[in-house]
Design a protein around this ligand. Structure first.
Ligand code: SF4
Ligand code: SF4
Length: 384
């Protein structure tokens, strides 16, 4: 089918072209964050796509119309061919974003990535306090390294986004966290309350903040926005509320198979990076072309549009705004991926979210007692 015919067919079936490609280059990572969104059984993935296979993926995605791409993982800097892939992505015309912990970065690599044409770097910070950061990431040295690399990235002239995953063990230090990001010269800070997928779901009750913590954090963010504006400091603060405290779900990935496409380290193609844990199989770029996968595969069509919805979503006026919420969240909470996302207060399963909040209030675990993401811990979840 020609590009135009394909595009028209896509429009007719409600599936436009993908705009965003997330290339999860590897599940390898030197850190062990207890909230990592990687699959619990990531250790089962052995054979990563080669440089040539990744270049083929980039070429196919760009030909389909994707314009933005993120290199992530795991830790994408583990891949020694990252600079080659960035250069190829830029040559193809992608806007490129590196999503990294900062581990594996040094001045030489920053320069090499700059030379390759990388547009944007996002570094994650775990906390303002080195002890909490070490406990969360499972590495005593990572925090200092991250701060040094954030300074180097800024010095190299990159627009810098710092990403801080918030949870009950660091959210009370938000004032210090934002001050640190200010001092590091961030252009934007994503204060992303932990969403409960992958390892975060495993540690859910030990990570979810209380409503009181959340309200205090929102007030702190509002105060900082005023302070920054008074100083004429251009540092955007984006505060992402945890789904478990929302009344309506988010329009997950802008809709299943609507604009986002994730390619996992072994070539599995997913509508979002969490979808791998759903009880269904996903096609692989080693077997089929991206175009066929996007338009024709069962995996990408199963929850596309609103034909799959059940009540109360099916007759709800808001269904085009939130597309019924997140399929992964529905599955994790109810065991049924076709259910209304229980985050929605109209869902008959909303009591499960309320129960999770109560369980979190009662959880006394220290951050050191959470299950950290590690190869050893992952093997327990690997299917035989
Ligand atoms: S969340 Fe932590 S453990 Fe997971 S990939 Fe990112 S840095 Fe690595
Ligand atoms: S019932 Fe479904 S469509 Fe309506 S607001 Fe809730 S999740 Fe969205």
């Amino acid at each position: 089918m020609s590009e135009i015919a394909r595009s028209q067919a896509g429009e007719a079936s409600g599936s436009g072209q993908p705009l965003w490609l997330l290339a999860e280059l590897t599940y390898r990572c030197p850190l062990q964050c207890a909230y990592c969104s990687n699959p619990l059984d990531f250790a089962a993935v052995k054979e990563e796509l080669s440089t040539e296979e990744w270049i083929d993926v980039l070429t196919q995605a760009r030909a389909m119309g994707a314009v933005q791409m993120g290199f992530s993982g795991g830790e994408p800097l583990v891949r020694r061919d990252l600079e080659t892939l960035v250069a190829e992505a830029r040559r193809l015309g992608f806007y490129t974003n590196l999503i990294t912990s900062g581990l594996g970065l040094d001045e030489a690599r920053i320069e090499a990535l700059h030379a390759a044409g990388l547009d944007h770097i996002q570094i994650s910070l775990q906390a303002s306090d080195p002890d909490v950061a070490a406990a969360v990431a499972g590495s005593p040295k990572a925090h200092a390294k991250k701060l040094a690399m954030a300074r180097s990235v800024k010095a190299a002239g990159y627009p810098m986004v710092l990403n801080v995953v918030l949870h009950r063990h660091n959210i009370d230090r938000l004032d210090e966290i934002i001050a640190l990001c200010d001092e590091l010269g961030a252009d934007a800070v994503e204060l992303a309350n932990c969403q409960m997928y992958g390892w975060a779901h495993l540690n859910r009750e030990g990570l979810l903040p209380s409503r009181e913590q959340l309200e205090t954090a929102e007030a702190t963010t509002a105060r900082w926005r005023e302070r920054l504006a008074e100083r004429g400091r251009d540092m955007r603060l984006l505060f992402v509320v945890p789904d478990y405290y929302a009344e309506r779900p988010k329009a997950c990935m802008g809709g299943w198979g609507a604009i986002f496409m994730t390619v996992a380290p072994d070539g599995a193609v997913l509508p979002c990076h969490s979808a791998r844990m759903l009880p269904m199989s996903f096609p692989n770029v080693r077997d089929r072309g991206l175009r066929e996968i996007w338009y024709d595969s069962d995996a990408f069509n199963r929850y596309r549009g609103d034909g799959w919805m059940r009540e109360p979503c099916r007759s709800c006026d808001e269904r085009h705004q939130d597309v019924g919420g997140c399929r992964c969240q529905a599955y994790l909470l109810t065991g049924d991926a076709t259910a209304t996302d229980p985050v929605c207060s109209l869902s008959p399963d909303h009591h499960l979210v309320e129960a999770a909040r109560r369980e979190a209030e009662a959880d006394q675990r220290r951050v050191e007692q959470l299950t950290q993401r590690s190869v050893r811990a992952s093997r327990v979840f690997c299917r035989q």
